[in-house]
Design a binder for this molecule. Structure first.
Ligand code: PMP
Length: 371
């Protein structure tokens, strides 16, 4: 006879406790109460007409944020990685080659995802070129003008990761000839993590819907997602997966906040605040990791790890003493940089002053080696 032998855990008898914290790392960023409150609306069915209406609003909001008219625009249920895999799994078939521009960890990860499909490595005729517009690991903003046209000349799709950049710096999906663009909800949008906007151009759809093989993932199969998001022109939507409805509410609200401020104003604000921050860092004697001003991301700043200090001690001190998250490097930048993200509502001069104070304090109190 089977019986219930695992007792209820003691830890669950204590109430949930989550501290308030300044989220000034590379993400997630703070979620303002307006967006948080949207998420406490009642759960209704993921196939109810009111949810389809909310999904349609989200689609319009993403088209605005991405500056695109693409009909194939939706939000995948999952984080930035889910959108990344959605883009790659749907466009790449075994035998196809992919070119990944590596300017930090995200280019490396895109190459890893493409390799899992089992393509034959070939440096010729890639079907997709992957580029991270905002490389959050190195703080590099990659220019995009002209690349789409070049890709199309060679029959290649341009896939751009804008998880850490869009909304904080200008990006024009249609005008810049981007074929697949995705982002996450938890950075400039200030929504909780868990939904990831993505859009496919007509050219990308041609490739996706003329595949010889099924995509390796059922969950991320664009034919199914297109139907769930009402992008395939079919009269009815069928069940694919249970959409995270409360996450949709928050995402819709975050897109409404962005639309209210306007993209242009949001980008200007991020750029001004970043300049103010960068000047403040330099006046403290700290060095920016990205030397060329034009190549600096206005959303995530990388600071050369201060000489003689242990970067981990600095981030830990700031978290403990100032209740504020900043982080160290990621992938190729580990040990080389400190990273500060000021995104969406967090991008203000007051927050810059707070970070500068915390850094000054940390440099005063953390151990400095004599060498
Ligand atoms: N791309 C970039 C540029 C990112 O900064 C991140 C998140 N740090 C991701 C992709 C992955 O997003 P997620 O953590 O939401 O899966």
């Amino acid at each position: 006879m089977s019986s219930f032998s695992v007792p209820p855990p003691k830890c669950l008898q204590k109430p949930l406790a989550v501290p308030h914290r300044y989220m000034f790392g590379p993400g997630p960023s703070n979620v303002p109460s307006r967006i948080l409150m949207a998420g406490i609306n009642p759960v209704i069915g993921h196939m109810h007409p009111e949810i389809f209406e909310i999904m349609n609003d989200i689609k319009s909001g993403i088209q605005y944020m991405f500056q695109t008219q693409n009909n194939m625009t939706l939000a995948v249920s999952g984080t930035g990685h889910t959108a990344m895999e959605c883009a790659i799994f749907n466009t790449v078939e075994p035998g196809d080659s992919v070119l990944s521009a590596v300017n930090g960890i995200w280019g490396e990860r895109a190459a890893d995802m493409a390799e899992r499909i089992g393509r034959a490595l070939s440096k010729y005729r890639p079907v997709v070129l992957f580029l991270a517009h905002g490389e959050s690991s190195t703080g590099v903003l990659h220019p995009l003008d002209g690349i789409g046209q070049l890709c199309h000349k060679y029959g290649c799709l341009l896939l751009v990761d804008s998880v850490a950049s869009i909304g904080g710096t200008p990006l024009f999906m249609d005008q810049q000839g981007i074929d697949i663009l995705y982002t996450g909800s938890q950075k400039v949008l200030n929504a909780p993590p868990g939904t990831a906007p993505i859009s496919f151009s007509e050219r990308a759809c041609q490739k996706v819907f003329n595949r010889r093989t099924k995509p390796v993932s059922f969950f991320l199969d664009l034919s199914w997602l297109a139907n769930y998001w009402g992008c395939d022109g079919k009269p009815s939507r069928v069940y694919h997966h249970t959409g995270p409805v409360t996450a949709f509410y928050s995402l819709r609200e975050s897109l409404a906040v962005l639309a209210e401020e306007g993209l242009e104003k949001s980008c200007e604000r991020h750029e001004k605040v970043a300049e103010y921050f960068h000047a403040g860092l330099e006046s403290m004697g700290l060095k920016l990791f990205v030397k060329e001003k034009k190549a600096r991301l206005p959303t995530v700043t990388t600071i050369v790890a201060p000489h003689g200090y242990d970067w981990k001690e600095i981030t830990t001190y700031i978290m403990k003493t100032h209740n504020l998250e900043i982080s160290g490097g990621l992938g190729p930048s580990v040990g080389l940089v400190l990273r500060v993200g000021l995104m969406g509502c967090n991008s203000t001069k007051d927050n810059v002053d707070m970070v500068l104070e915390a850094l000054k304090d940390a440099l005063k109190h953390c151990h400095k080696s004599k060498v």
